[in-house]
Design a protein around this ligand. Structure first.
Ligand code: ADP
Ligand code: MG
Length: 252
């Protein structure tokens, strides 16, 4: 490598050979990091500590899963890591930047440029058709006009909804709405993709399409995917699985 240009794309594909002939994989940068993340919910005079000091790291271009029983704090943790919820303690670094130190507008701007979040609910605009729902997301990210429309149509095709572009959310099934929401979250190629049970409402073939899409984004484009899921098909493609239990990460 000495004297030649270091190229990240090549680095990932070409393991390095040490002088003794052993091969070691290059270290990938940390894309998502939580340090001592705590969350205490307050209801009246009762307080309830859901997260008790979570440390976690997700490497770039990995597909990492967050598992654990219902009520263990998966959605809370994912929301904190995505900057949607402020933790009561600890720090969150996304692509090396401490989001817990950002102002509201800095965080909003950072989220827009970096994070595609797939919610458990769909959060689609009811008066806009499928294409328009995605176009709006692209417009907010600065992609406008025919370019936004083309990208929206392409994304819908990617999730297997090419023919449903003109349909309003009320004329789509739950699984189809979920796929529009996924296409919208992926609009503009966010480097960080976070998803809360994205395939739960999907039949097996559309679930498969979504998994293939996420896998392609991670392995082909270097996107980092952090997902709450119990889908065994996603477990098959995951690089790492973290389990939450009693507000802590269960040791691997
Ligand atoms: P999971 O996604 O693993 O099912 P959640 O993060 O949704 O878990 O919830 C973890 C715990 O925190 C649950 O006991 C839940 O009732 C509680 N909780 C979640 N959100 C709130 C909130 N906004 N206010 C108070 N308690 C909450
Ligand atoms: Mg949840």
């Amino acid at each position: 490598m000495i004297g030649s240009k270091m190229n990240w794309a090549n680095l990932k594909k070409t393991p390095t050979h040490a002088v003794d002939g052993s091969v070691y994989a290059p270290v990938k940068p940390i894309a998502i990091e939580g340090l001592g993340v705590e969350m205490t919910y307050q209801s009246g005079r009762q307080s309830f500590k859901v997260l008790k000091g979570i440390d976690l790291q997700v490497q770039q271009s990995d597909i990492q899963l967050l598992m654990g029983p219902s009520g263990s704090g998966k959605t809370t943790l994912l929301s904190i890591l995505a900057g949607l919820l402020t933790p009561t303690g600890g720090q969150v670094f996304l692509r090396g930047e401490d989001i817990t130190k950002m102002s509201r507008s800095q965080l909003a701007n950072f989220r827009l440029r970096n994070i595609g979040f797939i919610f458990q609910g769909f959060n689609l605009f009811p008066a806009l058709n499928a294409i328009e729902n995605i176009e709006v997301a692209l417009n907010i990210k600065g992609i406008k006009g025919s370019k936004a429309k083309e990208e929206a149509v392409y994304l819908l095709e990617q999730v297997g909804l090419g023919e449903k572009g003109k349909h309003l959310p009320r004329d789509l099934s739950g699984g189809q709405k979920q796929r529009v929401a996924i296409a919208r979250a992926l609009a503009g190629h966010p480097p960080l993709i976070m998803a809360d049970e994205p395939t739960a409402a999907l039949d097996s073939s559309s679930g498969r399409a979504v998994i293939d899409l996420l896998k392609g984004l991670a392995k082909g484009e270097g996107a980092t995917v952090l997902m709450v899921t119990h889908d065994p098909r996603i477990v098959d493609v995951a690089d790492r699985i973290l389990e939450l239990e009693d507000g802590m990460i269960k040791s691997e």
